[in-house]
Design a protein around this ligand. Structure first.
Ligand code: PLP
Length: 433
């Protein structure tokens, strides 16, 4: 026994040393690898073009025209191939020139508009556009629009559909029509499962159709049923497929109720559905005859889904680096900063950029990220990296927007990049609406 003790102790030491070595190795293996690399490919070319155009000193929204056109052609091919009309979502492409570009590629003059200021703008500046409102605005918006009609030749009685979601709102629109003695085209929002509002049952629909029937100034123009939920819910045991089928059935039920009603129908009617996340699910076999698409044209990162996998990101925020140095966390959390640097090579170098805190994520050069120790800033955002990016002051970094709505309007004119150079600048909608 006595003789065994030293042996036992030794074995324990060996086991302990082995465990220590193993956990040390595991710790080393868990250490983040260097994700940094210099700017390359398209991003290096765009940075070069911005510098050459004298546009590298301030945060800038850049659109890649070739990618935009390729996306638009694919979206249009889907719609055309299934005999569905395409309606551009105005708020997601908030620039007349951007809408023109996509509309030209997509051969369409239909837009879905979401506010009175943008309605007035489109009606004035693009008088041939066919407009469907994408949300039910207060009836006062209709009154205001009719009181100050555009001088462009845009004809609301022919080109504009107001979206109405309840009998109460329909009564208010009826008052506007009567008060002005002017006809209003009415599109009824139907709830196909999203539950964001709209008519949820056929009885309510029939009561609204009756109101339209009884008021010659109200003209029925169609339905709008938005279905984004079908791609947002978790796809457990085929839930998305099942819920998409419910959308189609519900839409059909409303159309059947419409066709069975005594209301004389002025064809063609607008049966709008879908949005970027879902338009690919519609193949023309349902009751809807058009799809609305906006964001997919520029593919912000929130739209990276298998259904849109063949589309390419087409917009980025480019902004200059102002300062580069070793990352030092602010006083008070300096020790934590030293720990972070020692542990993660990707936190060694600090880059302070012009602006920041956008609804967007850094994409190039690779391996840049934010630091919880410094937080976000709209003024001079910190991006940490390994230093492998080899960035110097005045070099550019690129962010990819998560959404296009609102974000595209934060940088002044959109800068258009094509074939290695800046070729145009597109004014954006004023940031309101
Ligand atoms: C009624 C309606 N249709 C369609 C869309 C789709 O827009 P996007 O294609 O930009 O996702 C939206 C977006 O909010 C919407 O509200």
């Amino acid at each position: 026994m006595k003789n065994n003790r030293p042996g036992l102790l030794n074995r324990r030491r060996v086991v302990a040393a082995g465990a220590l070595a193993a956990s040390g190795a595991a710790l080393l293996a868990a250490r983040p690898a260097d994700r940094g690399a210099p700017q390359a490919g398209d991003f290096a070319a765009i940075a070069q073009a911005l510098k050459a155009a004298g546009m590298a000193s301030t945060p800038t929204l850049v659109v890649d025209r070739a990618r935009l056109r390729a996306n638009a052609a694919k979206v249009q091919a889907h719609a055309q191939g299934h005999r569905l009309a395409l309606r551009l979502v105005n708020k997601s492409l908030p620039s007349l020139r951007l809408l023109d570009e996509v509309g030209a590629a997509a051969a369409g003059a239909r837009q879905m508009v979401f506010s009175l200021p943008y309605l007035a703008l489109v009606a004035q500046e693009r008088p041939h556009t066919d407009v469907l409102l994408g949300k039910p605005l207060p009836a006062a918006a209709a009154a205001a629009f009719l009181a100050a009609p555009p001088a462009s030749g845009f004809d609301p009685a022919r080109q504009l559909q107001w979206l109405v979601d309840t009998p109460q709102r329909l009564a208010q629109y009826r008052e506007v029509a009567r008060g002005r003695g002017q006809p209003l085209r009415i599109n009824i929002e139907i709830d196909v499962g999203l539950h964001r509002g709209g008519v949820a049952d056929e009885e309510t629909l029939r009561s609204m159709l009756q109101m339209v029937l009884e008021e010659p100034l109200l003209r029925f123009a169609g339905f709008m049923g938005y279905d984004a939920h079908t791609q947002k819910i978790p796809d457990i045991v085929g839930a998305r497929e099942r819920v998409h089928r419910q959308v189609l059935e519900t839409y059909q039920r409303f159309v059947d109720a419409l066709r069975a009603s005594p209301l004389p129908l002025a064809e063609p009617l607008t049966f709008n559905t879908a949005g970027s996340p879902t338009f690919r699910l519609h193949d023309g076999s349902g009751a809807a005859n058009e799809v609305a698409v906006g964001s997919a044209m520029v593919l912000p990162s929130d739209f990276d889904t298998p259904l849109l996998a063949d589309l390419q990101p087409a917009v980025w925020i480019a902004t200059p680096v102002l300062k580069v140095g070793d990352f030092a966390a602010p006083n008070g959390v300096g020790a934590l900063g030293r720990l972070a640097r020692a542990w993660d090579i990707n936190q060694r170098t600090a880059h302070f950029i012009h602006g920041g805190n956008w609804l967007a994520d850094p994409v190039s050069p690779p391996g840049l990220g934010t630091s919880a120790l410094m937080g976000l800033s709209s003024n001079q955002q910190l991006l940490v990296g390994s230093g492998g990016q080899a960035l110097r002051p005045d070099d550019m970094v690129f962010f990819r927007p998560r959404q296009s709505e609102a974000v595209l309007q934060q940088f002044g004119d959109i800068v258009v990049y094509e074939g290695g150079q800046v070729v145009d600048q597109w004014p954006v909608f004023p940031a309101r609406g």
